[in-house]
Design a protein around this ligand. Sequence first.
Ligand SMILES: Nc1ncnc2c1ncn2[C@@H]1O[C@H](COP(=O)(O)OP(=O)(O)OP(=O)(O)O)[C@@H](O)[C@H]1O
Length: 356
Amino acid sequence: MARIELKLAHSYKPRPQSDSDYALLPLDMAFEDGGAYALLGPSGCGKTTMLNIMSGLLVPSEGQVLFDGRDVTRASPQERNIAQVFQFPVIYDTMTVAENLAFPLKNRKVAPERIRQRVGRIAEMLEMSGQLDQRAAGLAADAKQKISLGRGLVREDVAAVLFDEPLTVIDPHLKWQLRRKLKQIHHELKLTLIYVTHDQVEALTFADQVVVMTRGRAVQVGTPGELFERPRHAFVGHFIGSPGMNFLPAQVQGDALVVAGQRLALPRALPAGALRLGVRPEYLHLAAPGQAGALQCTVARVQDLGTHQMLTATLGGEVLKARCAPEQALPGEGQPVWLQVLGEHTCFYQDEELLP
Ligand SMILES: Nc1ncnc2c1ncn2[C@@H]1O[C@H](COP(=O)(O)OP(=O)(O)OP(=O)(O)O)[C@@H](O)[C@H]1O
């Protein structure tokens, strides 16, 4: 295994002129040995580009890739000792499940007894022990993808295992099980795993550290808890959570914070001028009329979602969502409601960046 460092940028264009010409903007980050990472972001943000640069399928247009301090920028995937699992199964249909799992080890001339042990262990982890002698050709798409996952995990000597949206073809019910399984496998095998997905649930259940990306930039690397509590970039607030963080434009005027024409006492030192206040629906609570730190809004909608109620309110042209307890009495549509926007969980953003 290895500590992987990326000090690079990548453009698919020969002469990039502006930021939008880059698939990856200049970045300097490290993936620690033995960590479980997810690269999370919407389609086109640069996840696959970053993964392919790590694996050696792509050479970055600028900068370096280091494995344990060694420059591997131009080394092939084989030379880097990387295992990669793709969206769709890459297996041999004519071989049995066991032969497929053994293949990466046979290639490396691992002793037969060791191969047998390792294949047995991986099959057990993936709950495929009963299928070892079956031909892969007859198996369903998700069983084939499980073999691909197994082939990625079977070698003990890899620098890292890279997964590119590996659960796309998996049935939703099994997907949930496999996500948990991969996390468990990570704890048992202690391999460095890097997992690309655009699905936040997938990223947050699998990874210890999530790299959130947007438009070629890694805007935050953090634990699921850090991304939820202290989004360092407004995009993270918006992208993580369901629904995401509420944002309100605000103005600092002397010792007041002015939001949609309403004045609140400034909660802490903040730079003068325009900023945005961010508060998650989970932390936006109902308040008494005129309560310090609360704003008067209007109820637009109340939805009973079983485990909770979702209150949607408007304030000027802005929309706010508050997650309320299922039994809480809430005012009806069109009624005024006071919402506590200032509190210990409130974040402030200027130019999309979190103010310390
Ligand atoms: N081979 C290529 N040639 C030119 N541009 C490319 C190439 N591959 C990707 N891009 C562009 O680079 C940007 C990042 O793409 P990338 O595939 O890395 O994003 P992604 O986050 O993995 O998206 P997705 O989830 O859709 O795969 C996109 O604008 C994409 O159009």
